[in-house]
Write a protein that binds this ligand. Sequence first.
Ligand code: N2P
Length: 385
Amino acid sequence: MKLRLSLLALACAGILSCGKDEAPSGSTSAADSKPAEPAKPAEEPKVLNVLNWSDYIAEDTIANFEKETGIDVTYDVFDSNEVLEAKLMTGNSGYDVVVPSLTFLARQIQAGVFMPLDKSKLPNYANLDPQIQALIAQNDKGNTYSANYMWGTTGIAYNVDKVKERLGEAAPVDDLKIFFEPDLVSKFTDCGVYVLDTPSEILPMVLDYLGEEPNSFDPAVIQKAVDRMLLIRPHITQFHSSQVIDALANGDACLALAWSGDVIQAANRAKEAGKGVQVGYAIPKQGAPVWFDMLAIPKDAAHPNNAHVFIDYILRPDVTANIQNYVSYASGNAKAKELIDPAILNDPRVYPSPEVQATLYNLAVIPPEVDRIFNRAWTTIKTSQ
Ligand code: N2P
């Protein structure tokens, strides 16, 4: 905790501005000489701009919300925290609701990106699980700026038959060595090896495999992850975070580092397609990153009231449960649990057992200088052949 606070302090000293409210532009006397600002209209126009992860909502959620509230939603998608952060840090993103992962949200809070949530407008906020809320409060103090949307893990996705074909019945699908040992991953070069395009999750996973602290900020330690990635680089077909669902489902990828719910969605799509592709997901025995994706409202949102209406709608147990049933992710909504399809609630890939939970690790809030190392390393890895 102490470490984390000092890292945030470092973040404030770097590229990020700090969490203090910006001073209003112009002095009081200058403001006095200006004509009075026109009064804000009591009601916002009935529009809302949402930016969420791809493949992360039920097919009918937005339509149902629009029907119920009369608010017209423009719904855009992204597939990496790094990309979302770039949009948020420059300001004027144009979005009213965004969904960063908690460790990114933490430094965005420090940079003054978000407005505090007005809990009086969020009666459904009380549905959130107090235990998960306490965990989240380590990065969003007092649960001030965010509400949990979904959470999940990053693990190993595999094509059941192709893996058996190449490594036999006892293939180590739950062991990171299948990915990070060149003599093993090389067996899959011809059938598609995908890696999420996000250094902030993949580099810690390599370090974890190498027996290092996954959240190390030591450049020499990070270099070990880079060296290992360069060793397996010739066997990686694609760095992509959203194409992986279809690639797994149609057999274009037979091994991937991917997000839990996305892999389950791929497995479901493969089943529906009926072409005999079977997709598996394993949380590596070495442990895996666990992450929390958070609903938040940018400070410069043009429609903050509608944004609150939307967040409260999402926090309704039936709405969250409907999304979960579709995307196969866990949520921090305790009340939704009563409504989720039992097949999802009892699926250990979605809600890992307490023993497996004990092996999961949180990702760190990365300070700017480490962020730069990660990004440089990632470019080196991706561009090397
Ligand atoms: C959505 C996956 C989002 C999870 N397809 C990454 N935090």
